[in-house]
Design a protein around this ligand. Structure first.
Ligand SMILES: [Zn+2]
Length: 196
């Protein structure tokens, strides 16, 4: 259980390798398929939820473009336990990425008191254009994930979609509407931000 749980994807986000520790973790958690059957599969097929997929997509692009590894905490829970984990996304040759997952602690749910991350707002706005996330201010997703422990609290976070001021300015500046039409576009965006 102490070996990092590793897997690798190619530049098209298809799984190319799974470590023995991954397979051990998978079978310990009730998985029954042979690991071979996952090779070639799109990793996004195993990520539930549109917002979470979008956040991961942003992180992948970030690591591929900067070639700098990114480490963040997240939770991988089961019915019986809360599992605090740390994921490191490592850049590899040819835009491949390796995910190295280490278990930090395992706590049975019965032993967990009402501990809620106080700093995490109940609702976060996601800019539909640049994927920045707004709690008190607009943040790059990779920063918001660390600051708010987003992947530790995915079950409780609600996302709404909107547009950040920077994208709004940029988009409006590309339009050649007269002033009156510009202000109605702004209203549309505000309306849009209420639709989750
Ligand atoms: Zn934006």
């Amino acid at each position: 259980m102490n070996a990092p749980i590793d897997y690798t994807i190619d530049k098209h986000n298809r799984i190319t390798a799974l470590s023995d520790s991954w397979h051990q973790f998978y079978t310990e958690n009730g998985g029954t398929q042979p690991s071979d059957s996952f090779i070639g599969q799109d990793l996004f097929q195993s990520i539930a939820g549109k917002e979470v997929q979008m956040l991961y997509g942003t992180l992948f692009r970030h690591v591929r473009s900067t070639q700098v590894a990114l480490t963040f905490p997240y939770c991988c829970n089961s019915d019986k336990v809360r599992r605090d984990m740390v994921m490191t996304i490592l850049p590899q040759a040819h835009e491949s990425l390796t995910f190295s997952n280490a278990v930090q602690s395992i706590t049975p749910w019965g032993k967990i008191a009402e501990v809620v991350k106080p700093k995490l707002p109940a609702e976060l706005m996601l800019c539909s254009w640049c994927n920045k996330i707004k709690a008190d201010t607009w943040l790059e997703p990779q920063i918001a994930i660390l600051k708010y422990g987003l992947f530790e609290s995915m079950d409780t976070v609600k996302f709404t979609h909107g547009i950040c001021p920077r994208c709004q300015t940029r988009i409006l500046s590309t339009l050649t509407f007269p002033e009156s039409a510009k202000s109605s576009t702004t209203k549309d965006n505000q309306t849009r931000s209420k639709c989750a």
